[in-house]
Structures are given as structure tokens and as C-alpha cells.
Ligand binder design. Structure first.
Ligand code: FMN
Length: 165
């Protein structure tokens, strides 16, 4: 069993490194998929972009036994079932990991455009609730939600499955 991850700005990689340290499983970026045998079981970690888990379709050619999505929300957005359906991972254990983001001023290109649009929409939105305010603040100022304890559900799942790692 190995860990495979797709990370653009480093937060998902931090989780992959942490999980690797906690389990002794080897960790590979998706670029190194060719180094992994077709029968090898994979725990996949990918960053989320508008609800889509990045890198997952590339890794689907292999034996994925669990999927983790990292995003900035407190929980998977809009909700767990929608994320699972959108990414076609029904039947595979899914774990949401709160990742992080760099300040908007440091982000470039299309990602910056998309996040700026989101901030504008949220600022205009009627609800103005605490969650929206937090999202706006985190995007504008940056945020690091990576915590070892967020990996506990995966560790518990691995233990109940008695996987050897
Ligand atoms: C264009 C864009 C879209 C994003 N969409 C989502 C999203 O739909 N849900 C979410 O929780 N996080 C979203 N994020 C936040 C990233 O998924 C989050 O910051 C992730 O932890 C980054 O991981 P990385 O550092 O490994 O690339 C988005 C970020 C960008 C730049």
C-alpha cells in the first residue's frame, strides 16, 4: 500500500508527508504514478478545485482504496454526498482534510481570478454569515488548517481494516 497525492501549493503534500510518517507508507506525487505497480493499493490525496478532487482521474488507472480531498472549508463543500457523487467515489471511503491557502496577493493566473470572483460573490451575498466571513478572510489573508489530528479518521479506518502498513 502506498500514498499518492496531487498538491498545487503544498498543503496536500504536507498531509501526504504526515500520513507517510505516521504509517511508514511510501508517498508519491501523481507524476510518479508510473513507479507504482498496477496491483498496489493506493490511498489518494488531492486538492479540491470547485468541488473536483484534482489528480484523481489520473490515479484512477490504479487500485485506489481510499480518497482524501483537501480544501479550505471547515467541512467538504457543499456537502459530503455531493462531493462523493461529483467525483464518482461512491463505494470508496472518502475523508475530507482541511488544507490551506496562500494569501490571494501571492496567487497567480486563473486560480487568482477564480478566487477573486468567489470573494466578490461572497461579499455581495445576502447571508453574510460567519462561515462566509471566515472564507473571505482566509482567501484574502491565507490560512493553514493542516493538523495531524485531521488524519485520525484515516488512521482509525486503516486500523479497523487491519491493513498491513
Ligand atoms: C481555483 C480554486 C478553487 C478552489 N475550490 C475549492 C473548493 O471547491 N472547495 C474547497 O474546499 N477548497 C477549494 N479551494 C482551496 C484548495 O482546495 C485548498 O486550498 C487546498 O488545501 C490546496 O491544496 P494544495 O496546497 O495541496 O494545492 C480552491 C482553490 C483554488 C485556487
Amino acid at each position: 500500500m502506498v500514498i499518492v497525492y496531487e498538491s498545487k501549493t503544498g498543503f496536500t503534500k504536507k498531509y501526504a508527508d504526515m500520513l507517510s510518517g505516521m504509517t511508514s507508507l511510501k508517498s508519491y506525487p501523481t507524476e510518479d504514478l508510473s513507479k507504482i505497480g498496477p496491483q498496489e493499493e493506493i490511498i489518494f490525496l488531492g486538492w479540491m478545485k470547485v468541488g473536483k478532487i484534482q489528480g484523481l482521474s489520473k490515479a484512477r488507472t490504479r487500485r485506489i482504496i481510499a480518497v482524501c480531498g483537501s480544501g479550505t472549508g471547515r467541512t467538504a463543500e457543499p456537502d459530503l454526498d455531493t462531493v462523493m457523487a461529483r467525483n464518482k467515489i461512491e463505494g470508496i471511503p472518502f475523508f475530507y482534510l482541511r488544507g490551506g491557502c496562500h494569501p490571494l496577493s501571492e496567487i497567480k493566473g486563473l486560480d487568482k481570478l477564480m478566487l477573486s470572483m468567489l470573494v466578490r460573490i461572497l461579499k455581495k451575498s445576502e447571508s453574510g454569515d460567519e462561515k462566509n466571513a471566515e472564507t473571505i478572510y482566509n482567501i484574502e489573508n491565507g490560512f493553514d488548517g493542516v493538523r495531524e489530528e485531521n488524519l485520525e479518521p484515516i488512521i482509525d479506518w486503516l486500523n479497523t481494516k487491519s491493513y498491513e502498513y
